[in-house]
Ligand binder design. Structure first.
Ligand code: EPZ
Length: 427
């Protein structure tokens, strides 16, 4: 297994190109199942999870072709076409490795009137139930059966029908599955307390480009008028607001000055506000967002929340940034029950973090010491990279396959702004 080795202490200075958003790509790809015409996605990030989703689509009968891109380019263009489905089953061996596979459930139901998808099971950050996905689909007429670790869903008569569902808890994935199921239903589907993440706006905009009728995009109430068929489209994946926020934290902890090229401030206001709370200079520029810092970060008090609140996917990265801050910062993780896996690893680098249930107090220390550390999940891995960039000495991050799921060519991007970082391939 590869590892990433960082010799800390370099200030990051320069431009970091932000790639297409992983969490937008993973909900745009299954849209290719909704039509027999080609869907072309531009600015698709080069990520393990995107590749994995492409393989899953292939197993269902969707052909995917990647247009040639120069090695130095970030992002790719993929055209996906499901002329006819050859399967409506998403098997356990794929779903267990990539939870986002559950996002084929809604599209398969909409296109074929049936779907058999393995229950995704939990992951490092929590048990990750899908009950809300299933309840929303039932509200649109789906008949759901759970058997031998699989969800078997059927649309009576082959087509879902109009209905209304109010989410008791905001769920990104359940909103995405429900929207993709509703676009071909017979009638009007209404989703209340829907998630409002920018990735869902991207999904809705892509579906509208394919001929769907969706009102309330970007709000918590989505009204979807089912249509008989969708057509192909060409759509550009939004910039990754979490990748951008992650590199912003790296800039702050190294007292650097970086330009996050392609990042959109309007999609990451909570992150930018938290960076300003930490004392960073944050300025929108013509090509993205500039983040600069001198001195130690000021203490922050942050509680994760559904969009437009502070993103849970930014918690670990901000915590790493706060480890060298002045004073004590307080984090509260309200979305997932086990999202502090990075804390024991950060502690190995000399961080002073006290976890009490859903909250964690981070007391700034004078310096961090590089150490061998273990990545446990995607965003925890990034927090270790961020700490390693500022630590004295060498940090070796192991199990970097976690990172490769969500950060396109991370070491190249960081090398280009002055980090002393390299990937050691374990063969
Ligand atoms: C998406 O996961 C993202 N993944 C996650 O990003 C992100 O952390 C999360 O949204 C929250 O923003 C993708 O988009 C591929 P949820 P998702 O459904 O959809 C509970 C990353 O690092 N819940 O919004 O699985 C759930 O347990 C990843 O890029 C139910 O109870 O998240 C959690 O407590 C990690 N029942 C809360 O809702 C359900 O049926 C929010 O989960 C579904 C969810």
């Amino acid at each position: 297994m590869d590892q990433i080795v960082i010799r800390g202490g370099q200030r990051l200075k320069g431009r970091i190109p932000i790639s297409g958003a992983k969490n937008a790509a993973l909900t745009l790809l299954p849209c290719a199942l909704l039509t027999d015409e080609p869907l072309t996605l531009r600015n698709l990030p080069r990520l393990a999870d995107v590749d994995g989703f492409g393989h899953l689509l292939n197993q269902l009968g969707c052909s995917t072709t990647i247009e040639g891109s120069r090695p130095e380019d970030f992002g790719r263009v993929m055209t996906a076409r499901t002329t006819t489905l050859t399967s409506t089953v998403a098997p356990y061996d794929i779903v267990r490795k990539m939870r986002a596979s559950i996002l084929v459930l809604g599209p398969l139901l909409a296109r074929a009137g049936e779907a058999t998808v393995s229950l995704p099971g939990g992951c490092a950050i929590g048990n990750r139930p899908i009950d809300l996905h299933l309840k929303a689909l039932e509200a649109f007429g789906a008949e759901i059966e759970l058997a031998s670790g699989y969800v078997k869903a059927v649309a009576p008569g082959g087509r879902l029908k109009g209905g209304k569902f109010t989410f008791p808890v905001v769920s990104v994935g359940a909103t995405e599955n429900a929207v993709m199921a509703a676009v071909l239903a017979q009638g009007t589907c209404v989703l209340e307390n829907a998630a409002r993440e920018p990735e869902i706006v991207d999904l809705c905009n892509c579906l509208v480009a394919m001929g769907a009728s969706i009102d309330g995009i970007g709000t918590e109430t989505l009204t979807i008028e089912g249509v008989d068929r969708l057509h192909g489209a060409t759509y550009r994946v939004m910039a990754d607001r979490i990748e951008a926020g992650s590199y912003a934290c790296a800039a702050v902890i190294t007292e650097g000055d970086v330009e996050l090229v392609g990042a959109k401030a309007s999609e990451m206001e909570a992150t930018l506000s938290a960076l300003r709370q930490a004392g960073a200079t944050v300025e929108e520029s013509k090509t993205g967002i500039r983040v600069a810092m001198s001195g130690r970060a000021d203490p922050v008090t942050l509680s994760t929340a559904p969009y437009p609140g502070f993103a849970t996917d930014m918690q670990a990265q901000f915590m790493a940034m706060a480890t060298l801050g002045s004073g004590a910062s307080l984090f509260t993780e309200t979305i997932f029950e086990n999202r502090y896996m990075h804390v024991p690893e950060l502690a190995r680098m000399g961080c002073d973090i006290d976890v009490r249930g859903r909250s964690a107090v981070v007391r700034g220390v004078d310096h961090l010491v590089g150490a061998p550390v273990m990545a446990t999940d995607l965003r925890a891995s990034m927090s270790l990279i961020i700490a390693g960039l500022a630590a004295q000495g060498t940090t070796e991050v192991n199990r970097v396959y976690h990172l490769d799921r969500g950060y396109e060519r991370l070491e190249e991007k960081l090398q280009a702004v002055g980090a002393d970082i390299e990937r050691i391939s374990a063969g």
